[in-house]
Structures are given as structure tokens and as C-alpha cells.
Design a protein around this ligand. Structure first.
Ligand code: ZN
Length: 256
């Protein structure tokens, strides 16, 4: 094993971003933990501390069992995304867009915090969907979550689709559901187009989205990985930063 290289100074990464024209950022749960949204697979993650919760995120149980749906709606009512605020990490990425540097922001998160921080929705690619919208599994109707929250608060335990009577669910990708092909294609395309990729707060274990990282590298982009734990792509990276995301991003994105 070769000894680890000396950590790249943040000023160096800041220079790379200053020189870049098309930055693509990939974000995972790690950017939102400082906003009070727990991750799923970490040591304190939802699935680690409560294995039953995983059942609620599995489309097969969800479709088959009204009790699972009832519990899932209760969980959505209590979801921290409703009250969470973007942190300085999210805001730094909005600054990157204001500076004209941000080509696209690919996120594995479903919390909508990038848009809330000021990134334009058209630039945010939500590969795992969003908890802010609801979709009908039968007819495909899609609408804002607050409409359903109102019905839940009025006493419906498992509100059916008003168009067709079908099963409603948050517009997120559950276990057993495939990703939307157009969304992943777009993520891979922007990865090919960027000259710098920042992978932030993702363990880079979930495919196909993790594939955007080697793709960017194949197309000669610089690669910077910011994550608390090592990732499988650290060897590919031009810099690996293991520091607090909400502290690092404002520095390297040039927030003054
Ligand atoms: Zn429907």
C-alpha cells in the first residue's frame, strides 16, 4: 500500500473551482445531516436504528399492505424535511450557481433543500425523487404533498387518488422501484459535460447514480470528493476532503 498523499489544501480546490466553467455537483445524505435530516445507512441512520423502517420504503410491502401505507403516511407527516432549513453547505452551492459556475446539481436527497437554498429547480436532478410531491401508482397523477397532508390531518389514514382511486405515494424511489431512465441519462450526460465534479456527502455506493463519478473522470473532469468516510473512488480523485461539509463548501465555493 502506498502511504496516503498529503491532504490537498482547500485553497487549491478553490482555485480549481475559480478556473472551472462547468461544475457538476453530486450530493448525498451527508450534506443534509447538518440540517437535522438523518441519513439512512450511516451508524445513526434510520435503517440502522430501526430495521422496520426499511419495510415502509419497500414498494412491495407498500402496495400489498394498507397498514404499511398508514404507517408510511404517519412517517411522512413527521418527516424532518417539512421544517428543515438549508445549511451553509446548501447555500454555498447556490452561490456557485449565482457565480455562473454550476452546470448541474445531481442529488440523491429527497428533501428539496437545494431548491430551498436558492438553486433553480431546472438545474437540480433529483435521482431518487422528492418528498415534496405525491404520485399515483395507478394513473400517474402527480401533485404537491401539502394537498395530501391536508387530507391526512383531516383524518384520512391512507388517502386514495382522487382521479382514479389508486394508491398514492411520495414521489420518491422506493426499494424495488426502478429509477426514472430519463433522469439517470441526464445525470450521466451532465457528468460527461463538466470540467469539475464535486462529490459531496455521498458514500458513492448506490448505483447507477454513483457511476457519474467515474464518468466525469473518463471525460477529463477534475474530481473532488468530500465525504466523512472513504469511498471506492478516492483513488480516482484529484482531492479527497474529510472535513465538515457545511464548513468546507463555503470556503471552496468562494462565499465571502
Ligand atoms: Zn390515480
Amino acid at each position: 500500500m502506498t502511504p496516503p498523499a498529503a491532504p490537498t489544501p482547500l485553497s487549491q480546490v478553490q482555485d480549481w473551482i475559480d478556473a472551472a466553467r462547468k461544475v457538476v455537483v453530486l450530493t448525498g445524505a451527508g450534506i443534509s445531516t447538518d440540517s437535522g435530516i438523518p441519513d439512512f445507512r450511516g451508524p445513526k441512520g434510520v435503517w440502522t436504528t430501526n430495521p422496520k423502517a426499511e419495510k415502509l420504503s419497500d414498494i412491495r410491502y407498500y402496495v400489498a399492505d394498507p397498514e404499511v401505507r398508514r404507517l408510511a403516511w404517519q412517517n411522512r407527516l413527521a418527516h424532518p424535511a417539512w421544517t428543515a432549513e438549508p445549511n451553509s453547505g446548501h447555500r454555498a452551492l447556490a452561490t456557485l450557481e449565482t457565480r455562473g459556475k454550476l452546470h448541474a446539481l445531481i442529488t440523491q436527497n429527497i428533501d428539496g433543500l437545494h431548491q430551498k437554498a436558492g438553486n433553480t429547480p431546472q438545474r437540480v436532478i433529483e435521482v431518487h425523487g422528492t418528498v415534496l410531491f405525491v404520485i399515483c401508482l395507478d394513473c400517474g397523477w402527480r401533485g404537491p404533498m401539502p394537498l395530501i397532508v391536508e387530507r391526512l390531518r383531516a383524518g384520512e389514514a391512507d388517502p386514495p387518488c382522487l382521479e382514479c382511486g389508486g394508491i398514492l405515494k411520495s414521489d420518491t424511489i422506493s426499494f424495488g422501484q426502478s429509477l426514472k431512465p430519463g433522469v439517470i441519462e441526464r445525470a450521466l450526460r451532465v457528468a460527461q459535460e463538466c470540467d469539475l465534479m464535486l462529490a459531496v456527502g455521498s458514500t458513492l455506493q448506490v448505483y447507477p447514480v454513483a457511476g457519474v463519478v467515474p464518468t466525469a473522470k473518463q471525460f477529463d473532469a477534475k474530481l473532488v470528493i468530500i465525504n466523512a468516510q472513504p469511498t471506492q473512488f478516492d483513488d480516482l480523485a484529484d482531492a479527497v476532503i474529510r472535513r465538515t461539509i457545511s464548513e468546507v463548501l463555503p470556503v471552496i465555493c468562494g462565499v465571502s
